[in-house]
Structures are given as C-alpha cells and as structure tokens.
Design a protein around this ligand. Structure first.
Ligand SMILES: Cc1ncc(COP(=O)(O)O)c(C=O)c1O
Length: 475
C-alpha cells in the first residue's frame, strides 16, 4: 500500500494559510495549558486572547444577548415554556412559538437555502435598513459568513487564470479560500496615511497588472467596516467603486459583517452597498454578507449568517441553490440566531428594556476600549495607530529597527512575528502579526482586538513590553 503522505493531498491544501489561528494562537494555547501546571515558570498568570474577534470567548466579558439565548433555549427544548412559565418574557414565548410553527424541530434539516420564514425576516431587515426591496428568494442563510464567502469564491474562480481583487490588509479568509480553489489573489492596497481609505486608482492599477499577467479579474472584495483596519467607506467612494465594477464587469463581494459595530456612528455611519446599488440603479452583481458572529450578537460558535444576491440572473441563483443543497442546510440553531439578530425586541415588547441595556453597554465598551487603546498605542515610540471607527480591531504600525530585524532573521521569523511572539512570551497577550493580513514591503503591523476587559491593565502590559523591546533593540 502506498503510504499516506502530504504529497497525497490536493496541492492547493499546502498553499492555504490562516494566520488568525496560526503560530501565535497555537503557542498561546500551549501557554494556557502550561499555566494549569503549578510551577509553570511563565512571567504571566493568564493568556489574553487578542488575536481573534470572538467576543464571547472565555476570558472576555461580552455576555450573550438574553433575548437571543431565551429564544434559542425554547427552540432547543420547547417543554421549557410550560416547565418554567415565569422564566420567559411573553414576547420570547410568542417568538419561539412562531418559529416552532414554521421550523418544527431544530434537529431536522431545513430548506437548503434556509428556513423561508427566516429569509423573509432577513429581507424585511434589509428593507428597513436600506429603504429598498429585498427578495427572500435571493437570500441564502449560511453557517457564518465564511461558508458563503467560500462558496461564492469557489463558484466565481475559473482556473487557471482568474483572480479576485482583495484589499491589503485583508481578512485571511480571502487568501486562504482563493488558495484552496486555485484562484489568484489580486491585492490592492488601502492607504494607511488617510485612515486606511480605499482608492479606486489602486484597484485600477491592480486590474491593469492582472491583465498584463494574463489574469482575468472576476470580482472585487470590499470589507466594510474593515478588518483588520476598522475603516468605514463613505458613500461617494462606494458609488465610485460600483462604477469601477460596472466598467470592469466585476462581481462585488461586500463583506459587511461589522455593519453594527460602529464606534462613532454620527461621524462615520454605515451605508450598505445594497442600498447604493438600488439608489443608483447600478447593474453590478452584488453579494452582501452578514453574520451573527459580530455586531452585538457575538454568537461566533452558533454559526449563522446570510448573503443576499442582487442583480444575479435566476439561472445563477439556481446554481447557488444546487451547490448549497449539496451541504443539505445551514445549522438550524444558527438560522434561529439570524432571526434574533434581524428581529430584535421592539419598544413596547417585554424584552426591549433589557435588550437595549445590554446592546448599549456592548457598544459603549467597544467604543471606549478602541479609543483608549488607539490613543495610548499612538503615544508609544515608533508606533502609529489609526483610530478605527468600526469593527472590533486596531492595526497599529510598529517601526522595527535593523537590530530587531536582524534578531528576527536569526530566529527564522518575520520581524512582526518576532515582535508578536516576544509580546506573547513576556505578557501572555496574543495578537496576530501583520504578515497574516498583508502590508507594504518594509512595514510592520499587528492586529489586536478591542474586546479585552481591564483595558488599563492590558494596555499597561503592552506599553511596558514595547518600551522594553525598544530599550533592547532601539527604534
Ligand atoms: C471580515 C470578516 N468576514 C467574515 C468573517 C467570518 O465570520 P463568520 O464566519 O464567523 O460569520 C470574519 C470573522 O472574523 C471577518 O472578520
């Protein structure tokens, strides 16, 4: 029998990289295990997971929204409504009954595209948000945004010479999925000096370069609000991006999973691409992705999300339907999470006051932490940090001296990974080096989340570490 070796695998697998769960995260796990031993010898007593936007992760303080969990509990075990009649507000009981009548048991497969009733709720949410119609038959419920992104990329790529335009820095789902499906990542750079803005010119330049290299640009990925940058697009830029997609026949993949994470909503509001496509009557085929993992819901483990297709021919919708049918259906508990996200309690409902209090406090904590962290990071020697108006992250730039770069080379690491590993080993804080998201040649960054409680202590540790690093290696 031939042995099963790495060479036996699809060669695309070897090309897949996913930094958010990469070397740093693996080492952080090892430290966490070591801390359980009495005599661990580590210079810290806890690992702080600042590497992934996973708001309900152990050690962080974001609590699930009570309404969401109460509906989920009744859907899991409907008998609870009779066993503990006083434990649930009336609107929760009514919601669970309504969903149960539509879905039946959460243990049964649903419609492959997602429960029709929940898709109608999503369409209503989109209509209320944008003021334009939404067709439930063009909405697909998913197991998180990731499965939707992955499906669309797999369907759009036509090997061997097609590619998708992705922002740099980007969320590594895009490069990983492109690698898996033998597509080419066509990077365009966001401009850090103007708050990580997106320029049409840099995308045009990336398309021209791809054309010169014989690669057909099939789609444009926009992450708004951005990950890892937290930047928000203004409407004028969004309209220009639609014009660019029309000019170059690109499908627009709008990753809008952070649409509810806005720290300064008056100065930096969110406008969906769907709204602008409708408003300008743009013919651009658009897919917009949303998720229950982010926003105030933070239900990453429940795996729920959706994508809406606009300007897609019915024959392509039918092909998408065929492809999702192969996976039978998205997780039903995730679909119920989507329903709670798009249909939260309204004023007058028994659950409303608590829902409002919980969601207000999540928004306030995130805005406060983001502001404090960016201010304090900016004050450090050799660090500059754009204050992000949205999403869950900061992406500070760190200047690393020739001496630090040499030490990194000696350790066989990228300089930013060297910095991040030293930070983890000294403080227990786990961040992701910028090389996982992409950055300009000779520039170094890291991404950290703004979800960690005890911001004073946490930022204090970052500051002390950075100053010691600078004392050792210069700046
Ligand atoms: C920009 C972006 N898109 C998509 C996702 C995937 O989220 P999920 O699959 O949990 O919905 C993430 C997760 O962090 C993200 O940051």
């Amino acid at each position: 029998m031939r042995p099963l070796t790495l060479d036996s695998l699809n060669p695309a697998v070897a090309k897949v990289e996913y930094a958010v769960r990469g070397e740093l995260a693996i080492k952080a796990e090892a430290h966490r295990e070591k801390l359980k031993e009495g005599n661990h010898g580590l210079p810290f007593d806890k690992v702080i997971s600042s590497n992934i936007g996973n708001p309900q992760q152990k050690g962080l303080d974001q609590q699930p929204i009570t309404f969401t969990r109460q509906v989920a509990a009744l859907m899991e075990w409907p008998a609870l409504a009779e066993l503990a009649p006083n434990a649930f507000p009336k609107d929760v009981i009514a919601r669970a009954k309504e969903l149960s009548d539509e879905i039946g048991s959460v243990g049964a497969y649903s419609h492959s595209q997602g429960v029709p009733f929940i898709r109608k709720s999503v369409a209503k949410f989109i209509e209320d948000r944008d003021g334009y119609p939404s067709n439930p038959n063009h909405i697909f419920l998913t197991g998180g945004a990731s499965t939707g992104v992955s499906l669309l990329i797999s369907m759009l790529i036509t090997p061997p010479n097609s590619g998708i335009l992705i922002p740099i820095p980007q969320y590594p789902l895009y490069t990983a999925t492109l690698a898996q499906h033998n597509g080419t990542a066509l990077p365009y750079h966001l401009d850090e000096s103007s708050g990580w803005s997106t320029s049409v010119e840099s995308i045009e330049a990336a398309i021209e370069k791809a054309t010169r290299e014989g690669i057909v640009s099939k789609a444009l990925v926009i992450i708004n609000p951005g990950n890892p940058t937290g930047a928000l697009l203004d409407e004028a830029t969004q309209v220009k991006l639609l014009e660019l997609c029309e000019k170059h026949s690109l499908v627009l993949l709008a990753d809008e999973v952070y649409q509810a994470n806005l720290h300064q909503p008056t100065a930096y509001p969110f406008t969906s691409f769907k709204k602008l496509v409708a408003q300008t009557q743009s013919p651009v085929p658009l897919v917009s992705f949303h998720s229950i993992s982010k926003g105030v819901s933070g239900e990453c483990g429940r795996r729920g999300g959706y994508f809406e297709c606009t300007n897609f021919p019915e024959e392509i919708i039918a092909q998408i339907y065929k492809m999702v049918s192969v996976g039978l259906c998205p997780p039903v508990s995730g679909q119920i999470g989507v329903d709670s996200m798009v249909r939260p309690p309204k004023p007058g409902d028994e659950s409303y006051a608590l829902w409002k209090k919980e969601t207000d406090s999540i928004h306030a904590a995130l805005a406060e932490r983001t502001g404090t962290m960016s201010k304090r990071l900016n004050a450090l020697p050799g660090v500059s940090c754009v204050d992000s108006p949205g999403a869950l992250y900061l992406y500070p730039q760190i200047r690393l001296s020739e001496k630090a770069q040499e030490a990194a080379r000696g350790a066989g690491k990228e300089p930013d990974a060297f910095y991040a590993l030293a930070l983890l080993d000294k403080t227990g804080i786990c961040v992701v080096p910028g090389s996982g998201f992409g950055q300009k040649e000779g520039e170094w960054h890291y991404r950290l989340t703004c979800l960690c409680p005890g911001v004073e202590e946490y930022v204090g540790k970052l500051e002390t570490f950075h100053k010691e690093f600078v004392a050792q290696y210069g700046v």
